[in-house]
Ligand binder design. Structure first.
Ligand code: GLY
Ligand code: MN
Ligand code: MN
Length: 448
């Protein structure tokens, strides 16, 4: 049984039962499916990798505190669709106290839930299961003279699991380091490979090739490869344009390693040399990013870090001639949002935008201080639309974002993605000096 599950059991207590479903396969088209991805909460608690399973967790049930309902073994189905753990594997390999075929779940539900005070279940994710649970609750109300009562309090487990997921264990941190390392290497290889005339799709392929070659399951989210003005579209994923000499390219790509995401953005010149105008914008973003990384440390709040990014970028935009007026007024009027319209970062873990609350009480939003064990991205950016008549002409169509993944520690922080250069001179050196590029490749090969 995973430590996370033991911890969760302690949190919910002996008078509770939790019903946590796995994800289902999703149709991509006609009779083909997307590659399966487990539900993050289910995976976090159980580690069980298959679809269509349900965990029933009742810490007070001494004989069977952890039951898994799973797809039973089926030699014929397994020949077509792949191996299954079955009930034997669920017990033997995943530490379930007992396991049953998923078909038995509905029938066994009253026996598992009746007599418990609280039911931990998240409505609104799995329609079919919602109906089963509601049906159970409604039927049990009429049977109250004959059987123990059904749970009278229903609690969404999102908060408890989210808080646990936000604070990473040493084992999780190891996996996140690995995920970050693989993604960093992929960005280095992309930087070394990009040339005018290539397509964004080819750059995407280079990156994702490396992810898979190094044991990641693939990208943690759709890779963004935007050249020229495509970099000003925040979630650009068409990735089909030809790279032009003189343009920048923005790559936002991270992998998923054993379930854990990395999330890196680099922006660099396609021909290996920044123009003066590109560099001016780049320097403002980089300086902001470096300061915000410093602020990603114990005790600093989510809001303080966000405000810092806004202040530095607003100052920078003034310097560039993108904004005019008093900084205080520009911030109050949110003038910066014309060019910086997203947050400076988010929690990172099993999900790229990971679980956990950003504020602890509803009144003081985003006031949560960072704590050791949290992993956050730091990703300021400036995006100037190509048709923005108010911006100096030399800046139109430029989009720059720089993003790293940072672990908060007792002493300060660790940048998990520091291997991939972001200093503009270092980027130019990597792109133009075969010797430098070789050094980076050796660094990758040595696994350092
Ligand atoms: N790649 C998604 C993000 O940076 O938030
Ligand atoms: Mn991000
Ligand atoms: Mn990103």
């Amino acid at each position: 049984m995973k430590n996370q599950l033991k911890e969760f059991m302690k949190s919910i207590g002996n008078d509770s039962v939790a019903v946590i479903p796995a994800a289902h396969e999703k149709t991509r088209s006609y009779d083909t499916e997307y590659r399966f991805r487990q539900d993050s909460d289910f995976y976090y608690l159980t580690g069980f990798p298959e679809p269509d399973a349900i965990a029933v967790i009742s810490p007070g049930n001494k004989k069977a505190p952890y039951i898994l309902f799973v797809r039973p073994r089926d030699p014929e189905m397994e020949i077509w669709n792949g191996r299954r753990e079955g009930v034997e594997g669920a017990v033997k390999n995943y530490g379930a106290s007992k396991a049953y075929p998923i078909e038995k779940f509905e029938e066994m539900l009253p026996k598992l839930l009746n007599g418990k005070e609280k039911l931990y279940y998240r409505f609104g994710v799995d329609d079919k299961l919602d109906k089963i649970i509601l049906q159970y609750l409604s039927v049990q109300r009429f049977r109250r003279l004959k059987t123990p009562y059904p749970p009278h309090t229903i609690i969404d487990p999102t908060l408890i699991i989210g808080e646990m997921r936000l604070h990473k264990t040493p084992e999780e941190i190891e996996l996140m380091k690995k995920s970050a390392e693989i993604a960093a290497e992929a960005h280095i290889i992309a930087m070394k490979s990009v040339k005018p005339g290539m397509t964004e799709a080819q750059v995407e392929a280079i990156i994702e090739h490396h992810f898979r070659m190094r044991g990641a399951s693939g990208p943690a989210y759709n890779s963004i490869v935007g050249s020229g003005a495509n970099a000003t579209i925040l979630h650009y994923v068409e990735n089909n344009a030809v790279l032009k000499d003189g343009d920048l390219i923005l790559i936002d790509a991270g992998c998923e390693y054993k379930g854990y995401a990395s999330d890196i953005t680099r922006t660099f010149p396609i021909n290996g040399r920044f123009t003066k105008a590109q560099r001016e914008i780049y320097d403002v973003v980089l300086e902001t990013q470096l300061e915000c990384i410093k602020a990603t440390r114990k005790g600093v709040t989510v809001k303080e870090r966000q405000d810092l990014s806004i202040e530095l970028l607003t100052e920078g935009m003034k310097k560039l001639g993108l904004l005019k007026g008093s900084t205080k007024k520009l911030i109050k009027e949110k003038a910066y949002m014309r060019y910086y319209m997203h947050g400076v970062g988010h929690y990172l873990g099993l999900d790229v935008h990971d679980a956990g609350r950003y504020f602890l009480d509803q009144q003081t939003r985003f006031s949560r201080p960072f704590e050791p064990g949290m992993v956050l991205t730091v990703e300021p950016g400036i995006y100037i639309q190509p048709d923005d008549k108010e911006a100096p002409a030399k800046y139109r169509g430029i989009g720059v974002r720089i993003e790293d993944d940072v672990l908060v520690t007792e002493e300060g922080n660790v940048i998990l993605t520091s291997k991939v250069p972001k200093d503009p001179e270092e980027i130019e050196e990597l792109m133009n000096s075969p010797k430098k590029a070789e050094e980076f490749m050796e660094l990758i090969a040595s696994g350092r």
